[in-house]
Design a protein around this ligand. Structure first.
Ligand code: 5GP
Ligand code: MN
Length: 336
């Protein structure tokens, strides 16, 4: 993988067919970084399409350009056609093709120039021609801001770009509280604010945009589905398919749920497992020196960041919960 700056001279050379993609079930950083870049490359005269491997939460629909994003699972023929014609493929907020689910084999086969911009650990660098992978960055949205400015296109950052990138930054920094929130992040946000975008509106669009059923669901989960294991400073939430059906829970409704147990004094590791159709999906969050990336890779076929990772299991809900409890016992010394 060559440094991402290798692509800079080509950005203004001639118009290209470009696809931007991201990980399955895109979160605010995945969607915000993709659409931020989309607006800038479009303004430079390129023919740009954002393709998402799956659907996404409704609370992202307000983002400028979101209405043009193609859902690979829902509009497969159209998505395949644009992917096959792409001259450049930007891969944002993931670093191994498997995170694009059913799209992975097609991405692997494409002969176009592949460019990676990502902040997760252990990148599959051989899969990309150009790129930047930096785990010290708060978010991929911060890295797209750097990409735009360092390529000399900072003047193209308008209100739409600022809204998209800001959404990604607050999503991945927990609204500026996680350790990766450097002085540089605050300086970048100050620059974004110069466009005049309304940051209060962005927070409301993302965090105050749910239906009543979701809040009732959270109440039920915290009361009946959360187990605290004080001897391991660990909290576990497990959610059955019947719970999702009963409360009509949709994509995005469970986002952030894993953070609630971390508000309890002394809790070092919070885990949530959700019984999805094809798999049991795990999320892990930690405080301090428990490495969730290693934990997720070792036991749950996943990965991510030091303090926030995800994984999956094909076991039943009961079985994967048992496995979690056994793995916590194995890691007891790290959880004291
Ligand atoms: P979440 O728990 O919100 O799904 O994910 C937390 C972090 O871990 C995100 O940065 C996400 O991209 C990453 N992540 C989630 N699931 C997986 C996975 O299965 N594999 C890898 N490598 N990363 C994951
Ligand atoms: Mn991210």
């Amino acid at each position: 993988m060559q440094p991402v700056s290798g692509i800079f001279p080509q950005l203004t050379a001639s118009p290209r067919k470009v696809v931007i993609t991201t990980h399955q079930k895109p979160d605010p950083d995945a969607m915000g970084s993709s659409l931020g870049l989309y607006h800038v490359l479009t303004a430079l005269g390129h023919q740009v399409t954002v393709v998402s491997p799956t659907n996404w939460a409704n609370f992202l629909n307000w983002m400028p350009g979101c209405e043009k994003v193609i859902d690979f699972e829902y509009r497969r023929a159209e998505a395949e056609a644009v992917l096959k014609q792409a001259e450049w493929l930007f891969c944002l907020d993931f670093n191994t093709l498997s995170r694009t689910k059913n799209m992975a084999s097609l991405l692997q086969e494409l002969n176009c120039t592949k460019i990676l911009v990502d902040h997760h650990q252990q990148p599959e660098t051989t899969a990309f021609h150009f790129g930047v992978s930096d785990t010290s960055k708060s978010s991929t949205s911060e890295m797209i801001y750097d990409f735009i400015v360092e390529s000399g296109q900072g003047a193209l950052i308008n209100v739409s770009v600022a809204e998209c990138l800001y959404a990604g930054i607050i999503g991945d920094t927990g609204s500026f509280r996680f350790p990766a929130t450097t002085a540089g992040v605050h300086r970048m946000v100050a620059q974004l604010k110069e466009t005049g975008f309304n940051h209060t509106k962005v927070h409301e669009n993302i965090y105050d945009n749910f239906l009543e059923n979701r809040l009732r669901f959270i109440g039920m989960v915290l009361l009946h589905r959360m187990e605290i294991m004080y001897e391991y400073n660990t909290a576990l939430i497990s959610i059955a398919k019947s719970d999702l059906l009963k409360f009509d829970i949709r994509t995005g409704d469970t986002e952030g749920l894993v953070n609630y147990p971390l508000t309890i004094q002394g809790i070092k590791l919070a885990a949530i497992v959700i019984d999805r159709d094809e798999e049991r999906k795990w999320s892990f969050r930690s405080k301090g020196d428990f490495d969730t990336n290693t934990f997720a890779r070792t036991y749950f076929n996943g990965g991510g960041h030091y303090n926030a990772s995800g994984g999956r299991s094909s076991d039943s809900l009961e079985k994967t919960v048992q496995k979690f409890k056994a793995s916590i016992r194995e890691n007891a010394s790290l959880l004291q």
